[in-house]
Design a protein around this ligand. Sequence first.
Ligand code: XIL
Length: 398
Amino acid sequence: MALPPGFAQEGTTMSHSPSTKRAVAVAAASLTALALSGTAVQAAAPDPTLRSEAPRDLKIGSAVWGQRDLLDHDRKNPTEFQQILAAEFDSLTPENDMKWAEIHPEPDVYDFSGADALMEFAQANGQEVRGHTLLWHSQNPDWVTEAAETWTCDEARDVLEDHVRTVVGRYAGDIYEWDVANELIQDEWDAGGVQLRTEANPFLKSCSEDPVGLIGDVFRWTHEEDPDSVLFLNDYNAEGINAKTDAYYALAQELLADGVPLHGFGAQGHLSLQYGFDESMQANFERFADLGLKVAVTEADVRMPLGEDGEPTPEQIALQAERYDKMLQACLNVASCTSFTVWGFDDGRSWVPDVFPEGYATIMTEDYEKKPAYDVLLEGLTDATPGKSPRTPPGLNT
Ligand code: XIL
């Protein structure tokens, strides 16, 4: 798989330092000099990246917030963050840009600026996009949560249908997977236990007599607008076999029996070292795959409580790598697993410290230094590529 255009390649290790461009320019100049002098040049193989090593058609993704990090994208002069995003990943998920509050802030106002920037970046770098998300209890604009107090089900349905058709229609053909419905089901520890989030979700609340009917319609509208997109249910605490994923399994069966175009089940993969790893992740993926669904790891990160110095211990660093590896292996071992996405790749942009008293959750430090977690992912992908021929930069064969 070729690296995206414009990404620097040099030596055997990828440097993310500001001097990268200069170093590449020097390397290119010496190659030219050697070529001019008639010496046979065996070009160094480009450095492997997550996307270059991915086996079969598995997509390797990262979340990115277009509004924050891509509006300034200049193809000829990408930031270091943008260079890494382009080099390492062939799938992007809008971290916030397609959520209701951002894309539909007022009843008659859509703001596509962040999402458009993300789509353009993806196209410039040969990346695909996972849409996120159309039906969720969180990050809804005030006008939605306020209106939900008085909406009839028909009114809520109309607003939801208009939103889905507008957003999905705009990007139809360019989004290979959609997290249509996000976090629909509560956890065992929530008040009321494992059940649909009918109270918290403004649309389900307005249609509480038949919430599953409404969920099915959201999938139908999405499918009508973008027939080629693979449509997912997505949630956290959905890695292993547990009461919540049992409820998803039942919901998926019900939707499929109703002829709903449901195509996939996504486990977000937001883990914390405070808790163990559920070794039934692969078996969980397999049971959804057996229903005929695709599966995906959609938002992987592995956070941890940090000491007063804000630093992880060597044990935590090693355990984090192991957890990332386990999630990747669960995906690699199930043929229906289509994508493995990390929820941001650098600690400097991670959502974790804003929400949890934890940190160090991503695969690179805030200075883009690769952690052991990055190395195990790269290794896991490389090992999963049987018989892959050595990569040779296009046009530089001797
Ligand atoms: C998070 C974003 O990363 C934050 O920037 C935002 O403030 C809150 O939402 N599950 C999801 C994601 O499905 O959309 C959430 O993203 C993280 C949890």
